[in-house]
Structure formats: structure tokens, C-alpha cells
Ligand binder design. Structure first.
Ligand code: SAH
Ligand code: AVI
Length: 720
């Protein structure tokens, strides 16, 4: 608040205006008991670490606050419930007197929980009397402060219980209702910045640390519309996020090594991926939920890894106050670390009296978090609210919203930079791997076309025969004036089967990462289908992007043949299908070709042909890295290997180093042991149920499916 007096006046007005301070008092007090209700007296007694307190202590301390700051000074004739409680339940108020040491709060076995509850009832009865009489402005402010204080402890009760339960081998669950929900797609919200005002104005209750309101200068910036998800956090982990010093602040790196951090607090590796301990017990990590329980150091390292940064608290507040509708998860998911140290605002004055110790004396060495969390009581936080923790702490519900400078991302990422990043990251991790999308330079695309003609490579031949047979059935479903949007169109050969059967198609938008293949195919289609509007999109379809311009106001049909879906992990595949679902929109159709599981010998031959074309295709990746990134791979020092991985139902392609060697890529050296493999591609082989299950998860409904005779291959038609 700007001045304490102004805030007192404003508070009385609020209370008078809504006339329900005593009702709110009752509601807030009852909510603390509701949060403690699932706990046994033993749960409420234990203290799992010095930073955490027993639930019993929280229930008593918030009560002591009302007794000490309101009842003792302002309710005539008030009798303290128990003279020892001042010592036991004072938290940190030096002006009030000495107190029981914080790390030993779990040893306060007397009074028992029962007596703490009686203490609450005693204080509540006295507070009713105080609230019934006319309150001075100062007392009204202190009631507001006491309620806001109690809400902070309601959040602490759950943080501390979670930490306590996480120590137990039997993984007790507190209960449901506090899970952070997933948000929509990530968008970057542009803010102009300039001279902006931040901080709480004195016209309503706020903590003293939120004011005074003052001006500050912001350069133009962007803020993410949602928080970093667990899925994204796993990508950071898998890229060696916790093992690579280059992302970390020095103090953070020291801590990662000392403490052996490999993931957020409460995460553990399970047989099928990451598990996280939460208020509902040990659960598989919800990939689309926000990542939580990360320290400032982890938040900062993640941002560095992602090529972004954390927002300052002024950036966060200005965005939340001026554009609240543009953001998800501002207050109800996780507290968001900012890059700002928790310091006094210019002109800051602590509240008068002992409560002046509330916030001000902690303004050193901590970082500010903004927003609110899934366990924050509703209505407690606001745009000006400043939460604060030490940079190493992570038992609170803390997450990450990224920011970036305007100008940093004016263009989509330059393909060479993306290639370099993927190759560097891929060679730095164990086992080494590079995404297969980088196969497709001009030479790679041409080699793929040669593969499609090999006697061993059955998928193209089989799918083409099937499509030839069923194209009329598919075409019958395609509405007039529709646009065909193809994913990974390559030479656009199969496209012709659809175009020939469905002359009502008005436009064709092929999407491919291979510029040479795309341009040649688009030119050939334009030549052979002169009435068709052709809009090629040279981009990585995993990165998303706006719909093709020709798709505006046209019915949309997606086409994803070749079993290219099999070059992605099932999770990535679902994500891709979900993004396609969003792009195709309601009422659209999707044609998907997928290769089916079959005899191993057929599969391995298809990926290790006698003529060695697939080996050349695989090794061409090394030639491309040498050319585009200035590397020194010796192609003859690697062997092509194709193996069937039955557990994951996929053909894997590898390049296996024949010898121990060092390779240099764009100025960085990477070591290969003799026999060490670089994993270059997965080609998943599916059952019909695999594919329909993935599509269903992505929001598609099966209309029809067709299966070619062995070597089996399936084509699916889905509706949005
Ligand atoms: N659809 C054709 C080509 C399949 S080859 C067929 O069925 O025969 C796979 C194609 O997908 C290649 O042209 C490749 O360049 C493209 N591709 C692979 N990954 C891609 C990505 N992430 N974004 C865009 N195109 C991609
Ligand atoms: C494009 N994709 C579906 C092919 C496949 O079968 O996985 C790429 C390929 N890799 C080796 N041969 C063909």
C-alpha cells in the first residue's frame, strides 16, 4: 500500500461497502478447518523439514495472529486462552517477543490438536464480539490482514502436508481437487511496454510489499500465454537439461550436482515414464499439465535451454493487469518465477506496528513469484501480488511462464540453426539420436524416391494399390470446393490418386520440410492439374504454423500417407494428429496411411535392402551434416543398421561407429566409442487399434478403414 493510513481508510470502506467482514471471517476460518479435515492428529503433528510446519502449528499460529494483533489490544476484557501460546505460536515477530524455534515446531506435542481447536473456537467467539462492535479503521485493516494471512497458511498447510506425505514409503494421498489443469495451445502475447505503472494503489486491501504504485520502463516483450508443461519439461530432461552446465547459473549448477537433481521435486522414474507424487498420491505425470515444484535455478535453466528467459515481475504484472484475457493459468495453476529479486519498491514503507515485520524484513536474497497456484485459496491473489521464495526452494507449487524480447523471434527459426541445435543436442545425449526429418535434403528426398521402387520396400507399392482401389469411396465423402492439405507430401505421387478421383477439390496445400521435393512436386501438380489452386508450404509440420491461405472458408481434408506417422513416437504422433485436428477444424476429414505389424524378416529387409539404397539414405544424413554444418563425419567409419524392436513395435535405423572416434560439428567435438550407435529413425508398425486409439485421443472419429492384403498396410478415414 502507498501509505498505511490510506490503506486503513480504504479497508474500512470496503468492509462497509460489502458489509460482510464477519461473514468473510467465518468463511476463511472454516476453510482452514476444511483443509485440515482429511488429516489425522498424527498427520497434523509431524514436521518434515525446517521450512515446513505441522498443520496443527499452522492452525494455532493464524489464531494467535488474531489474538495478538486484534483481541489483546482492542477487545476490552479479552482473556488470553493460554499464556504459553504466545511463545509457542509466534512465528517471527521480534517486537512481540521470544518464540519456539521454527525447525522444532514438530516437537510441540502439547497442546494436543484438540486443544488447538478449542483455542480456535475461543478466539472465534471473541472475534465475533469484536466484529459486532464498530471497528476502527486500523482494526478493520488488521482483520483483512489476518484473513489474508490465514489464506497464506491454508496454502502452506497443503504444501507442507505434500512434503510430509512424500517422505512416506506408503505414499499416502491427501485427496483430489487441487490438480492444475492443462491450458490451450501456446501463444506468444506481444506487449508494447513503455512507461507503465505497477504496484498496488491504496484503494483496496493489499500487502505492504505490493506498494507503493510507481512507474517503471519496459522494453517491448512477449509473454507465453500458458505455463511450461510437463511434456516440455521432459524434453528438457531428455536433452540433458540437468546434466549440462551451459544452461545453469553457477549456484544452481552447484546445487544440481550436490543434490543430484534430475527432475522436479517429487518426480521419479517409473517403468512407463515419469511419475510424480502429488496430493492424490503417486501418479503418472500429466504431460499437458504445467510443470511444478521447480526451483528458481531450474526455471532459469529451462528458460535458457528453451532460448527464452523468465519475465521480470514488472513485465508479468503489466501483462496480467492490462491483458488478462490473453493468458491462461495466471492465478490457478502454479506460482510463476520471475527474474526479479524480491526487493523494496521505491518509497516502500512497512505497515505500522509489529505487523510491519510481515513482509519487509525478508526483502533480500529471495526471488519474486507472481500469479497463484492450484492450492491458493480462490480470490486470494491479484496482479500486484508478490510471493517470494529462496532460489533453491521447490516444495511450493512453483512453475514457469516464459518471456522473450521482441525482435528475438521476428522470423521463424532459421532452418540451419534448428538443424545445428538438433544435431548438437542429439550428439550430446546418450544414446545419441537425431530426428529423421533431417534426412530430407534434395539428395535424401531423391534417395527416398528410389527406396519406394525397391523390391524389398513394400509400403509405397501396397498403399498405392490400396488407394487406387478405394479412392472413389474416399472421394464420395469429399465436399465441393474442398482443400486437400497433405503432411509430408514428398513427390506428391499418391496425391494424384485422390485428385483424380475427387475433381471437386479446389485447392491443394502440400506441407513438406524438403524444399526441393516440395517445389518440384508443386510444379508438376500445377502442370498436370491446371484448374487446381496449389499452395505449397515449406515447413516443419511438427512446429505448427498458420493454416494455408487457400483453406480460408473451404472444407478441409487432411492427407497423411506413407506411414510417416510411424516416424514419430506414439505421444508425438497423437500430438501431431491433434494439431492436424485443430488445423483441419470441425467438419473436416483426415486420410491416414499406416503400416501394420508383420513378419520380422519382411520388415528388416525393407529397411536394409540388398542394393544398399537405404544404407545410402541413412548415411546421407552424415553428408548433410558435413555440408550444412561444417562437420567432419567420415561416412565410411559408420555402418547402416536396421533392427526390429519388438517391445516398442518399431524398426530402428542406426549408424554404428566402427571405431572409437571424435567428430566435430560446428565447432563442437563429440566422442563415439567403437560400436556406439547414432539412432536416426524409428518406423513404428501398428495394429489397427493402435492407430484408431491414437486418432481418438487426438479428437478424430473413425469413419472407415481399409486393409491391403499382405504385406498389410491400412488406410483410415477420420472425421473431426
Ligand atoms: N508422402 C510421401 C512421402 C513420404 S516420405 C509418400 O507417402 O511416399 C516423408 C516425407 O515427409 C518427406 O518428403 C519428408 O521431407 C517429409 N517430412 C518428414 N518429416 C517432416 C516434418 N517434420 N515436417 C514436414 N515434412 C516432413
Ligand atoms: C517416410 N517414412 C515413412 C519412411 C519409413 O518407412 O519409415 C522412411 C524410410 N526410412 C527408411 N526407409 C524409408
Amino acid at each position: 500500500m502507498a501509505t498505511t493510513d490510506e490503506a486503513y481508510a480504504a479497508t474500512t470502506q470496503d468492509a462497509a461497502a460489502d458489509g460482510c467482514l464477519s461473514e468473510r471471517y467465518r468463511a476463511v476460518r472454516a476453510h482452514s478447518l476444511a483443509r485440515a479435515a482429511p488429516l489425522s492428529p498424527e498427520d497434523a503433528q509431524a514436521q518434515s523439514m525446517p521450512d515446513a510446519s505441522p498443520a496443527k502449528w499452522h492452525l494455532a499460529h493464524v489464531t494467535w495472529f488474531f489474538e495478538t494483533f486484534l483481541l489483546a489490544p482492542s477487545l476490552p476484557g479479552y482473556e488470553a486462552f493460554d499464556p504459553d501460546f504466545g511463545f509457542l505460536f509466534n512465528s517471527y515477530y521480534e517486537a512481540v517477543g521470544p518464540r519456539h524455534p521454527r525447525p522444532a515446531r514438530g516437537l510441540i506435542t502439547r497442546p494436543p490438536l484438540e486443544r488447538v481447536l478449542a483455542y480456535r473456537a475461543h478466539v472465534d467467539a471473541a472475534m465475533e464480539r469484536l466484529l459486532a462492535g464498530g471497528l476502527s479503521a486500523e482494526s478493520a485493516f488488521l482483520v483483512e490482514l489476518g484473513l489474508a494471512h490465514e489464506q497464506q497458511h491454508q496454502e502452506l498447510i497443503l504444501m507442507d502436508v505434500l512434503h510430509l506425505f512424500a517422505q512416506s514409503a506408503i505414499e499416502p494421498a491427501y485427496g483430489p481437487g487441487f490438480e492444475a489443469k492443462a491450458a490451450g495451445a501456446l501463444e506468444w502475447v506481444d506487449l508494447d511496454g513503455g512507461r507503465v505503472a505497477i504496484g498496488a494503489a491504496p484503494d483496496r486491501f493489499s500487502f505492504d510489499n505490493e506498494g507503493p504504485r510507481h512507474e517503471t520502463l519496459l522494453a517491448p516483450y512477449r509473454l507465453a500465454s500458458r505455463l511450461v508443461t510437463n511434456r516440455e519439461w521432459i524434453a528438457f530432461i531428455e536433452d540433458g537439461g540437468y546434466a549440462r552446465a551451459e544452461f545453469w547459473l553457477a549456484d544452481g549448477w552447484a546445487l544440481v550436482r550436490d543434490e543430484g537433481w534430475e527432475a522436479p521435486l517429487y518426480w521419479q522414474r517409473g517403468a512407463d515414464g515419469w511419475l510424480a507424487f502429488g496430493l492424490t498420491g503417486l501418479q503418472p505425470v500429466d504431460l499437458d499439465a504445467p510443470a511444478t515444484h521447480v526451483s528458481y535455478f531450474e526455471a532459469d535453466a529451462y528458460a535458457t535451454w528453451a532460448g527464452k528467459r523468465l519475465p521480470t515481475e514488472a513485465e508479468w504484472e503489466h501483462a496480467a493487469a492490462s491483458r488478462p484475457e490473453a493468458f491462461d493459468q495466471l492465478y490457478e495453476a502454479a506460482w510463476q518465477w520471475t527474474a526479479s529479486a524480491y526487493l523494496r519498491y521505491p518509497g516502500f514503507a512497512p505497515a505500522k506496528g509489529a505487523v510491519g515485520e510481515y513482509n519487509g524484513k525478508f526483502m533480500m536474497g529471495q526471488m519474486t513469484l507472481r500469479g497463484g497456484a492450484s492450492i491458493t485459496p480462490a480470490g486470494h491473489s491479484r496482479a500486484t501480488y508478490r510471493n517470494f521464495f529462496y532460489p533453491h526452494q521447490r516444495w511450493m507449487f512453483s512453475g514457469v511462464r516464459l518471456a522473450e524480447d521482441v525482435g528475438a523471434r521476428a522470423q521463424p527459426e532459421d532452418p540451419t540453426a534448428a538443424f545445428r541445435r538438433d544435431v548438437w543436442q542429439g550428439l550430446a545425449r546418450t544414446p545419441k539420436s537425431i530426428p529423421p526429418k533431417w534426412f530430407y535434403d534434395a539428395k535424401g528426398s531423391a534417395l527416398f524416391e528410389t527406396i519406394t521402387e525397391l523390391p524389398e520396400y513394400y509400403p509405397t507399392r501396397t498403399e498405392t494399390a490400396l488407394l487406387t482401389r478405394i479412392a472413389p469411396e474416399i472421394a464420395a465423402r469429399i465436399p465441393p470446393d474442398a482443400v486437400l492439405i497433405e503432411y509430408g507430401s514428398g513427390a506428391s505421387a499418391k496425391t494424384r490418386l485422390i485428385l483424380d478421383a475427387a475433381p471437386q477439390l479446389a485447392a491443394y496445400a502440400p506441407i513438406d520440410i524438403s524444399v526441393s521435393a516440395l517445389e518440384a512436386a508443386a510444379a508438376a501438380i500445377r502442370r498436370d492439374y491446371p484448374k487446381l489452386i496449389v499452395e505449397p508450404l515449406a515447413r516443419d509440420f511438427t512446429v505448427g504454423g498458420p493454416p494455408p491461405a487457400v483453406a480460408a472458408a473451404r472444407p478441409r481434408v487432411g492427407f497423411f500417407p506413407g506411414s510417416t506417422i510411424g516416424n514419430f513416437d506414439p505421444e508425438e504422433g497423437v500430438r501431431l494428429l491433434a494439431e492436424a485436428r485443430a488445423l483441419i477444424g470441425d467438419g473436416g476429414l483426415f486420410i491416414l496411411g499406416a503400416d501394420l505389424v508383420k513378419e520380422t524378416s519382411v520388415l528388416t529387409a525393407a529397411y536394409d535392402d540388398a542394393a544398399g539404397v537405404t544404407a545410402a539414405f541413412n548415411k546421407n544424413l552424415l553428408a548433410r551434416i558435413n555440408r550444412d554444418l561444417g562437420a567432419d563425419f567420415d561416412r565410411d567409419a559408420f555402418d547402416h543398421k536396421a533392427v526390429w524392436n519388438a517391445v516398442d513395435s518399431r524398426i530402428e535405423m542406426h549408424l554404428v561407429s566402427r571405431v572409437r572416434q571424435s567428430v566435430h560439428v560446428a565447432g563442437r567435438a563429440f566422442e563415439f566409442a567403437a560400436g556406439e550407435s547414432l539412432h536416426t529413425e524409428n518406423s513404428y508398425k501398428f495394429t489397427v487399434e493402435d492407430v484408431t486409439g491414437m486418432a481418438r485421443r487426438a479428437g478424430w472419429r473413425l469413419l472407415e478403414r481399409w486393409i491391403a492384403p499382405p504385406p498389410a498396410f491400412a488406410v483410415f478415414l477420420f472425421a473431426a
